[in-house]
Design a protein around this ligand. Sequence first.
Ligand code: NCC
Length: 338
Amino acid sequence: MAGENVNVVFKLYCLTVMTLVAAAYTVALRYTRTISTGDMYFSTTAVCVTEVIKLILSLGMLSKETGSFTRLKSAIKEHIFFSPKELLKLSVPSVVYAIQNNMAFVALSNLDAAVYQVTYQLKIPCTALCMVLMLNRSLSRLQWFSVFMLCGGVTLVQWKPAEATKVQVEQNPVQGFMAIAIAVLCSGFAGVYFEKVLKSSDTSLWVRNIQMYLSGIVVTLIGVYATDGESVLEKGFFFGYTPWVCFVVFLASVGGLYTSVVVKYTDNIMKGFSAAAAIVLSTVASVLLFGLQITITFAGGALLVCVSIYLYGLPKQDTSSVGLKNMEKESKQKLVTV
Ligand code: NCC
């Protein structure tokens, strides 16, 4: 019982950190791409460095999990050097995440952070669709309704007037929205694919992460070469890296690892619901602690988020046409037996 409680607290902690980091990441990334002065860094290198840091941190976590250097060595041998098939399997989400992570930079170079956050919420129904198609999960009509209600609720909760600060670079909103559309599809697919691989065996989360980040490094390096190859050779890999850029890379690394832990202990749809709840709760906490003023859109959005969470959690009643046909069949069979 005590263990279960610790688990719930731990899950809540991971969800809250993940959500807060994601919010800080979006704002900091936008700042480094549009407002911060100085030489512009190569976003492709930032995505690549993030994969390297996540790999190092996951190796650290695996060594903690295995408990001794000898066991760590044999785990690496078994799961990395002698498992080319598994590495190949994990290279699928790593390619898709590499595209998604690069798209975040394109989108936030061209769109206001609030507009980005709001539009990005389309990932919630997209993820639900991927879970139905790829994991054979079924959602009742009410649950689908609550998924869209959540999407609307988070949109309202995060609704803010466009930023007043003058940006220093030219922006192309069409390009920004296209980047978000690609990121939404990638987020849904890669998240569910990773969850499927993770939960279909007993292999440790940290092993799965290491397998994914290894190919992630290769893929993102190809991205650096293909997009900024010549300029990187001329100016250097870390050209334009300021403390702010390092902060963005740090947040991306920590956020990625927390995301993986959240997916392990819950699932991708729960991740969406809980992240929404964390946004609402952290704003309410800011109201209580710092006297932040709540807007009408926030209040409406928060209400939608709460109702959608309640509706999603209601016991499933199969009202789909398949369900009704099954019920009809069952009652006919009963009649025949009688
Ligand atoms: O879009 P989202 O996540 O699903 O993206 C998942 C991010 O986590 C990394 N990841 C995933 C699985 C895994 N085993 N290891 C990982 O490192 C992926 O590389 C990808 O970056 C969300 O649900 O809204 C969330 O959003 C991101 C981020 O805000 C958006 O992608 C916008 O760019 C958050 N990432 C960060 O804050 C850094 C994530 O925590 C939550």
